[in-house]
Structures are given as C-alpha cells and as structure tokens.
Write a protein of this length. Structure first.
Length: 84
C-alpha cells in the first residue's frame, strides 16, 4: 500500500468541503429560476378550491361517521345475540 493514499483521501475530502458553498449557490440560483417559471393560482382560484376541499372533507367525514356507526351497531347486535 502506498503512503499517499490517506493524503489523497483527505485532499478529496477537503476539496469536497470547499465545493459546498459553490454548489449551494448554484442550487439556490436554479431554485430562483424555477420559481419564476411557476404559474401561481389567483386568489379566486385558491378560495374556490379551498371551499371545495372543505365541503369534500365534511361530506366524507359525515359519510365515514355514518358507516362506522352502522357497522358498530350491527356488530354490537351480532355480539349481543351470541352472548345469550
């Protein structure tokens, strides 16, 4: 084994550490460019889709409450029948 292998490892490690600020700067630059290309929804679109989501969540909440209550009632009746 060569003695300069640990030096090359530490050298590579140091170069990698030194490249972090440059790579981070490139990353944020690319994020900025991509964010300018995004088509943002209007306020009216956000309000209307939020309203639809709230109504859908309420509907499914009530639906699953009803299903859960019905199944619970039926299972309780079945269990009470076999306890006798």
């Amino acid at each position: 084994m060569s003695n300069d292998q640990p030096e090359s490892r530490s050298s590579a490690w140091i170069e990698r550490i030194k490249s972090y600020p440059r790579r981070l700067n490139e990353y944020f630059h690319e994020v900025r460019i991509e964010m300018h290309q995004v088509t943002w929804p209007s306020r009216e679109q956000v309000i209307s889709t939020t309203f639809v989501v709230i109504i859908a969540v309420a509907f499914f909440g009530l639906f699953f409450f009803g299903v859960d209550s019905t199944v619970g009632y039926v299972l309780e009746r079945i269990f009470s029948y076999f306890r006798r």
